[in-house]
Design a binder for this molecule. Structure first.
Ligand code: ADP
Ligand code: G6P
Length: 459
C-alpha cells in the first residue's frame, strides 16, 4: 500500500488529540494508525518567518512533519482569511465576516509555503490527502511545483449556497484552484450539491464530477468503552455526587459562535420559565474551552456567554442549586466521556456545523440499559443520520425549551428506541469507514460521487 500523506493546518499531538483540537484531529487519529503515513502541517508555534523546512518526528507508523507560521502569516492566513473570513462564510454568516486584501495575500502565500515545504518530502507513489478550509489552494500549489501524485481534499465544515459563498472576495480563485484535486469529499449531500453548483457556475463542471459526500464518524466502540470505563472514575463520581439526584444536561463544544451557545443558554432559561416544575430538578453543564481566543468575534462571544450564564443563574438559582455550570477550561477526553454517559440530556445545538462529532460521541457514551436523550440541531450534518434525536431549530429558544421538557419526561422505552436508532448509525459510519470510503474513491477503486453517497445508508 502506498504511503498516506495527510495535510492539515492543525496537527494533533500524536499522544492525544488535545482538548481543543476539534473534530478534524480526532477523526484522523484513527485513520493514521494502521498505515505508513506522514502528517504535515503547522507546528502550532509562531516564528519571525514561516518555516521552509519541516521538522520531522516519528511516532508509530506516522512521521509528523511540521513548520512554524511566521507572525505575519499567523495574522493574515490563520486569524485573518481562514478564521475571520472563510470560517464565517462557510458557516453561512456572511454578515460577520471580515475581509482584508492583506489577509488573502497571506492565505495565498501560506498555501504556497506549505506546498514548497511538503514537496521535497514526497515520494512518487504517495497518496496526498489535504484537509479543510485553510488549504483550498494547496493542491494547485503542489501541481505548480510538478507534483503528479493523487491528491484528495476533504472539507470538514459546511459549504453554503453559491449566493452566500460568492460574497467572499476571491471566491472564484478558490473554486478554480480545485481543478488540481482528484477527489473532493464533503460531509453531506447538501454541501456537495452547493459546491457542485458553485463549481459549475465558474465553468468547472468537470471538477463538480469529483465531489462526493462522505459523512465523518468516530471510533464508536472505542468511545463507548471509554465512557463505560470512566463511569465510576473519581471526577465523574464527584460530579454525580454534587448533583444530589438531579438530572444532568450536558453541552461540549469549542467556544465558537457557530455552536449556538448563547441561544442554547437562552433555550435552557426559557425551559425553566415555561416549565417551572423542572426547576431544581436539572443542572446544565456546559464545557466550552476557549478556541481562537485572539480573533475578535471569539472574544465578543466569551463576554456574551459570561453575561448570559450569569443572568440566568442570578435570576433562577436557589441557595442550594444553580441551573447552569459553565467551564471554559479544557477537560480531559476520558472524563468528558464519563460525563456524557451520566447526562440524561445531550445538548448539541450548533447554528451550522459540518458534522458535529460531539453528537455521535454522546450517543456512543450512553448506557444501553438506560440511555439519555440527544437534542440535536437540524443544522448539524449529524442530523442527516441521527433521526432518533429530538431535532430542534437552534435559533428558536422555545423549540429548545420544548425539546428539553420532552426529554425530561421521556419514558424509558422511547429513550431506548430513539437511542437504538442513533447507535446503529454511529456504529455503521465510524472514522475508519469514512477514511476507507474516501480513500477508495481517491485511489480510483470507486467513482467519487457513488462511493460516498451510495454507502451512506447504513445496512
Ligand atoms: P469542531 O470540529 O467544530 O470542534 P466537533 O464536534 O466535530 O466540532 O468535534 C469536536 C471534538 O473535540 C470532539 O471530538 C469533542 O469531544 C472534542 N472536544 C470538544 N470540546 C472538548 C473539551 N472541552 N475537552 C476535550 N475534548 C473536547
Ligand atoms: C474545526 C475545524 C478544524 C480546526 C478545529 C480547531 O474542527 O474544522 O480545521 O482545526 O476546528 O480549530 P483551530 O483553529 O484551533 O485549529
Amino acid at each position: 500500500m502506498s504511503r498516506l500523506v495527510i495535510v492539515a493546518n492543525r496537527v494533533p499531538d500524536p499522544k492525544e488529540a488535545g482538548p481543543t483540537a476539534g473534530g478534524l484531529a480526532v477523526a484522523l487519529k484513527d485513520a493514521l494508525a494502521n498505515r505508513d503515513s506522514m502528517y504535515f502541517g503547522w507546528s502550532g508555534k509562531t516564528a519571525p518567518q514561516t518555516g521552509t523546512e519541516a521538522a520531522l518526528h516519528r511516532h508509530g507508523t506516522t512521521t509528523y512533519a511540521t513548520i512554524d507560521l511566521g507572525h505575519d502569516d499567523y495574522k493574515h492566513f490563520y486569524q485573518g482569511f481562514s478564521n475571520a473570513a472563510l470560517w464565517p462564510v462557510l458557516h453561512y454568516r456572511l454578515g460577520i465576516a471580515r475581509f482584508d486584501r492583506r489577509d488573502f495575500a497571506g492565505y495565498q502565500r501560506t498555501n504556497a509555503a506549505f506546498a514548497a515545504a511538503l514537496a521535497p518530502l514526497l515520494k512518487p507513489d504517495d497518496t496526498i490527502w489535504i484537509h479543510d478550509f485553510h488549504l483550498f489552494l494547496m493542491a494547485a500549489e503542489l501541481r505548480a511545483l510538478g507534483c503528479k501524485q493523487r491528491i484528495g481534499f476533504f472539507l470538514h465544515v459546511p459549504f453554503p449556497p453559491r449566493s452566500v459563498f460568492n460574497g467572499l472576495p476571491h471566491a472564484e480563485k478558490l473554486l478554480e484552484a480545485m481543478e488540481a484535486i482528484d477527489a473532493i469529499g464533503m460531509q453531506t449531500e447538501d454541501d456537495s450539491e452547493n459546491l457542485r453548483a458553485a463549481l459549475i457556475a465558474v465553468g468547472k463542471g468537470d471538477v463538480a464530477l469529483r465531489v462526493g459526500a462522505f459523512a465523518i464518524g468516530i471510533d464508536a466502540s472505542g468511545f463507548a468503552k471509554l465512557a463505560a470505563q470512566r463511569a465510576e472514575a473519581k471526577e465523574v463520581k464527584r460530579l454525580r455526587d454534587s448533583l444530589a439526584g438531579r438530572s444532568l444536561a450536558i453541552g461540549i463544544d469549542r467556544l465558537d459562535y457557530t455552536k449556538g451557545l448563547p441561544q442554547r443558554i437562552a433555550g435552557f432559561g426559557a425551559m425553566l420559565e415555561r416549565f417551572p416544575r423542572h426547576r431544581g430538578k436539572i443542572t446544565f453543564l456546559q464545557v466550552a474551552p476557549v478556541s481562537r481566543g485572539d480573533v475578535a468575534m471569539y472574544r465578543a462571544l466569551r463576554r456574551e456567554l459570561d453575561e448570559g450564564v450569569g443572568r440566568i443563574n442570578g435570576q433562577m438559582a436557589e441557595p442550594d442549586w444553580a441551573p447552569i455550570r459553565y467551564i471554559t477550561r479544557a477537560v480531559p477526553r476520558p472524563t468528558l466521556a464519563g460525563f456524557m454517559r451520566m447526562a440524561r440530556i445531550g445538548l448539541v445545538t450548533p447554528l451550522r456545523d459540518g458534522m458535529n462529532l460531539v453528537a455521535k460521541e454522546y450517543v456512543a457514551a450512553q448506557d444501553p440499559a438506560d440511555p439519555g436523550v440527544l437534542v440535536l440541531s437540524r443544522f448539524a450534518g449529524a442530523a442527516v443520520e441521527l433521526d432518533g434525536a429530538l431535532i430542534v431549530n437552534p435559533l428558536d429558544p422555545d423549540d429548545i425549551a420544548e425539546a428539553l421538557d420532552a426529554a425530561m419526561d421521556m419514558p424509558a422505552d422511547e429513550r431506548l428506541d430513539r437511542w437504538n436508532r442513533n447507535w446503529a448509525k454511529v456504529k455503521a459510519v465510524t472514522a475508519s469507514v469514512w477514511c476507507r470510503r474516501f480513500l477508495s474513491a481517491l485511489e480510483g477503486t470507486k467513482d467519487v460521487a457513488d462511493a460516498g453517497q451510495a454507502e451512506a445508508q447504513p445496512a
